[in-house]
Ligand binder design. Sequence first.
Ligand SMILES: CC(C)(COP(=O)(O)OP(=O)(O)OC[C@H]1O[C@@H](n2cnc3c(N)ncnc32)[C@H](O)[C@@H]1OP(=O)(O)O)[C@@H](O)C(=O)NCCC(=O)NCCS
Length: 241
Amino acid sequence: VDEVSATVEVLRAVAVNPALVAHLLTHSERARHSALTDSGSRARVATGRALLRTAAARRFGVPPTEVALDYRCVVCGGPHGKPELRTTNASLHASVSYSGTVVLVAVADVPVGVDVEQCSATAFAGFESIALSALERADSAPMAPERRAELWVRKEAVLKISGVGLSVAPETVHIGRAASGRVQVPESVVAAGWASTVGVAVPAGYRAAVAVGGRQKPRVIVRDGRALLAAAAAAVHTATV
Ligand SMILES: CC(C)(COP(=O)(O)OP(=O)(O)OC[C@H]1O[C@@H](n2cnc3c(N)ncnc32)[C@H](O)[C@@H]1OP(=O)(O)O)[C@@H](O)C(=O)NCCC(=O)NCCS
């Protein structure tokens, strides 16, 4: 049976000053960001929250402030899991990832995972034993950081589809050299037993990918997150003054 290819919308941005997107965040989100001591983290997290809400607002045709954002963990039920976007009568699957100054948000009508990583972040001793499957380890001539990051983001994007994240060992996801982006995965990761990954263009020194369940590569549309944030913030501001 031919599967229909899912469409994934990716909003890509450099982290912005949280003050620029404060209008798009809830009171408790603003309080949480203010408590973060690292300015880089504050910018990343605020940008990610604002992008999630902006992406959903575009799809639902409502103001960003009417979009509810939940983070229920599928493992323990706590408020620190995969994001879900809702209005009173619709919901959207989503994923967010940060690395350095890059923020990516992916939304789709099907469960989706996104991951971005700085290539330099994979250059630690022990990467192979944590991240690679037995076959990938056996295959390897020493891997360049770019290749490590390429494998890592595809694995993490797959693990984020259903919200299990790194509670499942990344070595259980075998990417190898699969040029198709299609990977067979444990059913504990994706019920269908298959996932498909596609690379996302990010600045030099980073790698990124999105993943959905099934054997069919998703269609990926990348949008300029910063421009969409500016437009959303201006619209909300106009509505509230
Ligand atoms: C979640 C995880 C995949 C994030 O990886 P990372 O490279 O550190 O961070 P990224 O920037 O790529 O992604 C962070 C975002 O992923 C989302 N996320 C959190 N848990 C997630 C999960 N299980 N699945 C999918 N997405 C998740 C969140 O939105 C988070 O952003 P936030 O902290 O601002 O809310 C990884 O840290 C992880 O799996 N941790 C442990 C998960 C676990 O054991 N859960 C059970 C706890 S009871």
